[in-house]
Design a protein around this ligand. Structure first.
Ligand SMILES: NC(=O)c1ccc[n+]([C@@H]2O[C@H](COP(=O)([O-])OP(=O)(O)OC[C@H]3O[C@@H](n4cnc5c(N)ncnc54)[C@H](O)[C@@H]3O)[C@@H](O)[C@H]2O)c1
Length: 336
């Protein structure tokens, strides 16, 4: 049985990934610091659900607590590590930048050290579409320059890409970095637009729509996203020159390292997203049009052809179906 250590299992994406891998018969060791960035009860509930499976165990501690992380990783001796724990959120990084340096830079370094020491077969780590920052060429491709991050969140994630590259080079550690594009779905994050919009609409409160609605996002359904991660687990990068070249590959010339966009490859206008929420909830939104927020970008759009070439992956969930799945989870979870 293969053993996967996942960080961030009480979080939105880590929870879904752990469920998928457990259903496939993997053994999963979770690790999560249960940070209070959003409602901790949601995190506790996710862990409770995972703990119903005897092949899952969890350690609740911060990544910065190196002794605890090392002891957990050493005792489990994973074949693969998927590192998803992070201080996420573009807007909060303006308010509390230090939290990002602690969790994302120091925390990620501790994960990389354990991966090196335990000689895991593949280390996979989450980055973000926010690293494309002020890039204007669309869709965003992994081989585009990405040097214009607009927030400390994005900057710390770009730093982890570089740190991962150095360790992949120094220790021949096969490393894949994911750039996720606005992930949504059941058990989602309360700080993200879908959650906030549904909550406000069901309570008949107005919703804030930034840049007067001129916003576009490549919304990625969480079930599709974790399927892509599952496929990439079995696609570790090799040293350059050891495999047939793939067009548009981001494989490093100096290390078994690549970065892969995981997105739907479809640019959806925020107002279309809001229309779909209205349809799913059966209520009209009270729309409060606002200016652009600092650090935010008007559009994201993934070129997902590398992911498709590497794994054969194609997204399956239409945004209307994905929103309907979220709304029905939300209604059941909160009994509304
Ligand atoms: N959801 C998205 O749209 C999206 C988009 C781009 C990138 N990402 C990245 O994907 C990953 C997962 O995001 P998510 O949406 O599931 O977020 P999330 O906040 O739901 O999950 C992250 C988990 O990490 C834990 N955590 C945070 N800091 C920690 C620390 N220092 N030590 C231990 N645990 C810690 C939190 O308690 C949380 O449960 C993150 O790396 C995030 O930056 C997410």
């Amino acid at each position: 049985m293969r053993k996967v250590l996942i960080t961030g299992t009480a979080g939105f994406i880590g929870f879904h990934l752990a469920r998928l891998l457990l259903a496939e018969g993997f053994r999963v060791q979770g690790y999560d610091g249960m940070s209070d960035y959003y409602d901790i009860r949601l995190k506790q509930r996710r862990h409770q659900i995972l703990l119903q499976n005897p092949n899952f165990a969890a350690t609740e501690a911060l990544l910065e607590n190196r002794d605890t992380f090392d002891a957990t990783a050493d005792a489990f001796a994973p074949d693969v590590i998927v590192h998803l724990a992070a201080q996420a959120g573009v807007r909060y990084s303006i308010e509390n930048p230090r939290a990002y340096l602690d969790s994302n830079v120091i925390g990620t370094f501790n994960v990389m050290e354990a991966a090196r020491r335990l000689k895991v077969q593949h280390l996979l780590m989450a980055s973000t579409s926010s690293v494309y920052g002020a890039n204007e060429k669309m869709p965003f491709a992994e081989t585009d320059k990405a040097d214009t991050q607009l927030t400390i969140y994005a900057a710390t994630k770009k730093a982890t890409e570089s740190m991962g590259h150095a360790y992949a080079h120094l220790w021949s550690l096969p490393t894949t970095m994911f750039r996720f594009f606005t992930v949504y779905g059941p058990w989602g994050r309360p700080d993200m637009a879908l959650y906030k919009f549904v909550e406000a609409i069901l309570q008949d409160r107005p919703i804030d729509i930034y840049n007067h609605g001129e916003m576009y996002r490549d919304f990625t359904y969480v079930g599709d996203l974790v399927r892509a991660i599952r496929l990439l687990i079995d696609t570790p990068p090799t040293l350059p020159g050891m495999a047939e070249p793939i067009p548009g590959d981001s494989l490093s010339p100096a290390a078994p390292w690549r970065v892969v966009n995981i997105g739907n490859s479809d640019k959806v206008k925020l107002l279309v997203f809001v229309d779909a929420i209205e349809q799913a909830t059966g209520r009209k939104a009270r729309r409060n049009y606002m200016d652009m927020q600092p650090g935010d970008v008007p559009a994201t759009w993934a070129d997902a052809s590398l992911l498709r070439s590497l794994t054969g992956y194609a997204p399956q969930t239409d945004v209307k179906d994905g929103i309907a799945a979220f709304v029905s989870w939300y209604r059941e979870y909160y009994g509304v």
